[in-house]
Design a protein around this ligand. Structure first.
Ligand code: FES
Length: 243
């Protein structure tokens, strides 16, 4: 007898639907398959109109992040073998739904771009190799693992309340460059997130820490920025304007 899971999937087409609904599908599966494989099964065998994102199928690209049985996670990392018979799937929150599980990531990318997610070097070393020791690289362990899946952004209660808040992913990325020995814009990075839509909007709810599939711990990264901002302000290197 075939193994069957019931997938209860959020459906909504912003181009034509007035109301969202859930639809339930019976999914045949074999050990080793994931929730993403189940969604592919639905799309290929039951309803070709089901919309969702995926690419790598191995937890690398971050595109299959969604809300599954009460938590944000990557659909391609959720083994069906260890899941209950009924699987409830919703799209990421805090982002507009385009169709079904497919959300508009534009605000997320806009905020990511705003924090200058690249190394800023001294003019004199621009274009040259920037050497980093193993110890210096070790400071970036974990935070460099962010795959920009937006699970933390969806889980964040402050993002839910405030569209302008940069959010945990962008702020963790600021800390990633702040910690990087090759970056020469430390004060600029602290200043760019020292206002009310930056780190001080974070209420340390830990939702982002729980949601992150790569254990990046955005909460700890934001706390590190807060600490360094306050110490820079106390030493007079950073103005208190806007905080
Ligand atoms: S498909 Fe790339 S992380 Fe899931």
């Amino acid at each position: 007898m075939a193994n069957i899971k019931k997938f209860k999937v959020f459906r909504f087409d912003s181009a034509q639907d007035k109301k969202a609904r859930f639809e339930t599908y019976k999914v045949e599966w074999i050990p080793g398959q994931t929730v993403l494989d189940g969604l592919n099964y639905i799309r290929d065998n039951i309803d070709g109109s089901l919309a969702y994102r995926s690419s790598c199928r191995e937890g690398v690209c971050g595109s299959c992040a969604m809300h599954i049985n009460g938590k944000y996670c990557l659909a391609c990392e959720q083994q069906l073998k260890v899941m209950p018979e009924k699987i409830i799937i919703r799209p990421l929150a805090n982002l507009e739904i385009i169709k079904d599980l497919y959300v508009d990531m534009t605000p997320f990318w806009k905020k990511y771009k705003a924090i200058k997610p690249y190394l800023i070097g001294k003019e004199s070393i621009t274009g040259k190799e920037r050497i980093q020791s193993q110890d210096e690289r070790a400071h970036l362990d974990k935070v460099i693992d962010c795959i920009l899946c937006a699970s933390c952004y969806a889980a964040c209660g402050m993002n839910a309340l405030n569209d302008e808040y940069l959010g945990p992913a962008a702020l963790a990325k600021v800390n990633r460059f702040y910690l990087d020995s090759r970056d020469h814009a430390k004060d600029e990075r602290l200043a760019m997130v020292a206002d009310e839509q930056g780190v001080f909007r974070c209420h340390t709810m830990f939702n982002c820490q729980v949601a992150c599939p790569k254990e990046v711990d955005p909460t700890a990264n934001i706390a590190n920025l807060k600490r360094n901002i306050v110490s820079s302000q106390m030493s007079g290197r950073l103005s208190k304007k806007g905080v």
